[in-house]
Design a protein around this ligand. Structure first.
Ligand code: DGJ
Length: 743
């Protein structure tokens, strides 16, 4: 026995081994713990040595007793460590692969072994159950509780962990993943997303090879700018919309994350997902708890479409703030005025809001700062007082005026940020994230405030609270976050700098918790210079997100399409702007696929354009519930064809809306063949009517005819998209009258 091992072999270790051996003798049986949802199962098993393993993740079996036989059917090479499929892989003992958790104990020892102690399942309601599994190190007084929250109907599981210890001093957590999954298949196909400003959610799909592929971010704030944590893994071959086995995953965390995909020497896939441990060893005192964020996943054996519908349903039912509620259509002034506005101009825009027929006017950036007025993006962030020159009567008077005009009023803030040209920066340099002895480095001319500091949390909370105190009928907040973190250093954390990235996000969530405690449902848009922060950790506090500053409608078809894999349409704020060359009809049709808004100069619209927009808003109001709450079916993929087509169907299969666009204008492209609809009732008869028709034009779609759902789903319908009809929206309504005639 070598020296190192001897020193580890303390008295308590021998005692624990004896206890474990005794336990094994009395119960040398495997303990199988299936976590079943309506179609899927994740099965855990504690083996005879109490190592907890993932023995299965896939379609649920009719007889749960048969899960016990799965492992023995695999004749793969030897698993030398016996930990390849560990449910939460420790490091420093006999594990040889990427760990899920890694620690330095109080005595400096770096080995960890986690053995099953107990488990229990609580039914939280008819649909949701919570399984907890307690694991302990037999040598050290160190434990981890694994949590698995399963949503039966939606086939979604959220997994997170709580880590604690009672050692004689502090323990350093070096890695602390949220989930550790294991998949078996012939091959694994990862679909991931990357981006940058105005280029969010660019998909890439590739076969995973042996070794580790990592998706991660180290940006701190605006963490998803280059890469979000959402991904999908297809098993055996890339899944299509309607076929194949596919797992969707995402981390519910608005900071640095790391997701490792390790194809191991047995050809299985290990997925280890959690906060990024980059520059973040975390000190845990005896008795303290460290809770990881949740990692969520869903599986489908019927392709990507079904996985998206499950996730979108789950989000509306359980995660997105007010997911089943209402949303406000709006007119935003960012692109219409940028920083150049005053009270008089805004009065005009309030009237335009009413004229357009939308619910709310959203005042964007540029309304604050006096000594350092916010007239461009170089100054003012941090000084959240109305600019007296632009708004002499303040926000309160604008909110009142909006009310008198019959519209609601919302406002933009970027409360986590500060410009060096601001009173805040001068007064509280210690609240700003920057290295004390290094040159400052700016992202959009600004720096980030240190939300790990409770005083800064109070300040940020106060920005929102005082707006509502001043103007109680303020109806909407757009919360922006344009900078990443350079020179990460917190004056508040002093010698605990390695906790900074994690404490920042906890600080942000504390502020959002407080806001939601006092203002539970006021709509808030999650914006981060576009979609730099779209994740389910944040969406718990927000009603919607801003997918991208890129509002060119053709680009936007792609961006919205790719977000739709993971997020419901009700959460996607889509604005009609002047980006792109397409006519206002095309731009509006694209924006109507989610939560509709406008950011245009209404007073400059030509008469027919204005009439079209007004009618579109009315039409949208009659259909928005189908778009927001209906089942979404992606029909024609713009990445693969010259068109995009997508539809929403309500829960009774009585009303559906189908959006169709031309995305390639070359060689007189058009919809040459019918597009097969999905999600309808084959036995029902449907009437198809083109809506959002531009004034003075005629639709070739004859709405007198009725078609069976069977026909529409097997033969299809041609929306007659071509270079003169580049976008076509169809309303599909079940005809319930007896006289309904087919064809
Ligand atoms: C970035 C956002 O994405 C835009 O919509 C706008 O609000 C600007 N910030 C304002 O500075």
């Amino acid at each position: 026995m070598n020296q190192i091992f001897k020193s580890v072999l303390s008295q308590s270790f021998i005692l624990s081994l004896l206890t474990l051996a005794a336990a094994n003798q009395s119960n040398a049986q495997n303990i199988t713990i299936p976590i079943e949802t309506s179609h899927q199962a994740l099965v855990l098993q504690a083996d005879e040595n109490k190592n907890l393993k993932n023995i299965y993740l896939g379609k649920k079996l009719a007889d749960p007793k048969e899960y016990d036989f799965i492992k023995s059917r695999y004749k793969q090479t030897e698993d030398y460590s016996g930990l390849l499929n560990s449910a939460y892989t420790p490091s420093g003992s006999r594990n040889l692969m990427e760990p899920a958790i890694s620690v330095i104990h109080a005595d400096g020892n770096m080995s960890l072994d986690l053995r099953y102690i107990s488990h229990k399942t609580i039914r939280l309601n008819d649909n949701v159950s919570l399984l907890t599994v307690l694991l302990k190190d037999p040598v050290y007084n160190f434990e981890v509780t694994l949590y698995y929250k399963s949503y039966h109907k939606e086939d979604v599981i959220e997994q997170w962990n709580v880590i604690r210890h009672h050692e004689k001093g502090n323990v350093t957590l070096q890695k602390f993943a949220s989930a550790n999954l294991n998949l078996q298949a012939q091959s694994f196909w990862l679909k991931q997303f990357h981006g940058d400003w105005a280029k969010e959610m660019q998909p890439e799909e590739s076969k995973l090879t042996h070794g580790i592929k990592t998706l991660d971010t180290k940006l701190g704030t605006r963490a998803n700018l280059f890469m979000p944590s959402v991904f999908m893994v297809s098993l055996d071959k890339p899944a299509t919309e309607d076929e194949g086995n596919v797992l969707y995953g995402a981390l519910e965390w608005s900071g640095n994350f790391k997701i490792d995909f390790e194809v191991d020497f047995q050809d299985n896939l290990r997925i280890i997902a959690g906060m990024n441990n980059y520059a973040s060893p975390y000190i845990l005192k005896p008795g303290e708890e460290f809770t990881t964020p949740a990692f969520l996943f869903t599986l489908s054996d019927k392709g990507k479409g079904e996985a998206s519908r499950k996730l979108q349903n789950w989000a509306r039912n359980y995660k997105l703030l007010d997911g089943k509620g209402n949303r406000l259509t709006l007119l935003n002034n960012w692109e219409a005025t940028y920083f150049d506005f005053n009270e008089q101009k805004l009065s005009g825009l309030l009237k335009d809001t009413k004229k357009l027929g939308v619910d709310l006017f959203l005042l964007d950036d540029g309304w604050f700062g006096n000594k350092h007025p916010r007239n461009d993006d170089h100054a003012g962030l941090g000084d959240w007082q109305e600019n007296r020159r632009k708004l002499p009567n303040g926000i309160t008077s604008l909110v009142k005026e909006a009310g008198a005009d019959g519209v609601k009023f919302g406002i933009w803030i970027e409360p986590e940020m500060v410009n060096p040209k601001s009173d805040l920066y001068t007064k509280h340099p210690d609240w700003v994230i920057k290295q004390p002895d290094r040159e400052e480095h700016y992202f959009r001319n600004q720096l980030v405030l240190d939300l790990s500091n409770p005083k800064v949390q109070d300040f940020v909370y106060g920005i929102v609270d005082s707006l509502f105190i001043k103007a109680p009928s303020l109806a909407y907040i757009k919360w922006d976050c344009n900078a990443v973190i350079y020179n990460a250093y917190s004056a508040h954390l002093k010698n605990n700098q390695s906790q900074f990235y994690i404490d920042y996000v906890h600080g942000l969530y504390k502020v959002l918790e407080r806001i939601r405690a006092k203002y539970p449902v006021v709509p808030m848009m999650l914006c981060s210079g576009g979609g730099g922060r779209v994740d389910y950790g944040a969406l718990k506090y927000f009603t919607e997100f801003w997918p991208s500053d890129n509002t060119d409608p053709v680009e936007r078809i792609f961006i919205q399409w790719d977000y739709s894999y993971f997020y419901p349409a009700i959460a996607s704020s889509n604005h009609v702007t002047d980006w792109g060359k397409q006519p206002v009809k095309f731009r509006t049709d694209v924006a109507m696929m989610g939560k509709l808004g406008f950011d245009i100069v209404v007073s400059e619209l030509k008469e027919n354009d204005l009439k079209f927009c007004q009618d579109a808003v009315s039409t949208y109001n009659t259909l928005k519930n189908v778009i927001w709450q209906g089942d979404q079916y992606r029909l024609v993929n713009p990445h693969e064809q010259n068109m995009a087509s997508l539809m929403y169907v309500d829960s009774t299969k009585s009303t559906a809306v189908m959006f169709n666009y031309l995305v390639n204008y070359r060689y007189g492209e058009s919809s040459k063949t019918p597009i097969r609809l999905k999600g309808l009732d084959p036995a029902k008869k449907y009437r198809i009517q083109e809506i959002n028709i531009y004034p003075g034009t005629k639709s070739p779609v004859q709405s007198e005819k009725l078609f069976s759902g069977d026909f529409l789903m097997n033969i299809g319908f041609n929306p007659e998209v071509n270079t003169t009809r580049t976008s076509v929206i169809l309303k599909i309504t079940a005809d319930l009258s007896k006289a309904a005639n087919t064809l």
